[in-house]
Design a protein around this ligand. Sequence first.
Ligand SMILES: [Zn+2]
Length: 288
Amino acid sequence: MSEITETVVTFSVGDVASTGRIVHIADGTAGQKIVVLDTTAAHPVDSAWPDQGADRGSLTVDGSTLALLDVVVCATDGSGFFAGSDIPVKKGAEGWTFVVGHVTETDAALTLGTEVAVEIDPAYRRALSAGHTACHLASLALNVALADDWTKAVAADGRGVANFDGEAIASSRIEEFGSTDVYRLGKSLKKRGFDKARLLAETDAVAAAVNAQLAEWVGSGVAVDIRREGDTLIARRFWESALPGGAASIPCGGTHVRSLSELAAISVTLDASEDGTELTMRTTAVAS
Ligand SMILES: [Zn+2]
């Protein structure tokens, strides 16, 4: 296998178009091809923590346009090439190279070294970016609303607030202009000191407190920055915003709005399962 280097990713600076050269072509499922470029603007889904899904868009090679069917994280150890959930190691594992795989349905005109133009659907990207920023803000606001429900010292979030989100999150899905986060309210959370009695008894009041905090933050219109420790897919990136009441920094590989002024409103609903072991937070963002 020829030498494959880490993909340089430009979605993290907000790009929706790029050109890159083909450095690897692999067979996907059902006759599909997986194309790896040295540089791409396409955001892939991460199979280990699939919060933000793949971008939509197209590839243009030698004047012909190919549909971008999916964008997936791939990895190679120099002998094997693995896509998505087939990757046998954790992201960043030593001796492994992590790349962005562009899934397309044909191998016509696909040869190593060929230049490929990537074009991302900007409206869909903007909707996911709004949803992802809203998701982070909602989780921080939920931490604030539940800060007094801990009976023991617990790890703090980036703003110094007891990190309910970090301790209880089971899954997070970014949607267009929103997100759905599911939290586990089980025995291990209780052991770590979270008393869920008030949350279960006053779920609507907790949601109202979250929404009041979100309204204040959205009203501030502060900037959102993605701080990057490098430009490759696996370089660490942080979502950062100087929110009123305390600046936030959250490790994040996704895409985001550049400022809260791009949003007119964010609100959540909270629903506890009947047995009280699970909390679902649905977040909705409105563009300004
Ligand atoms: Zn994130």
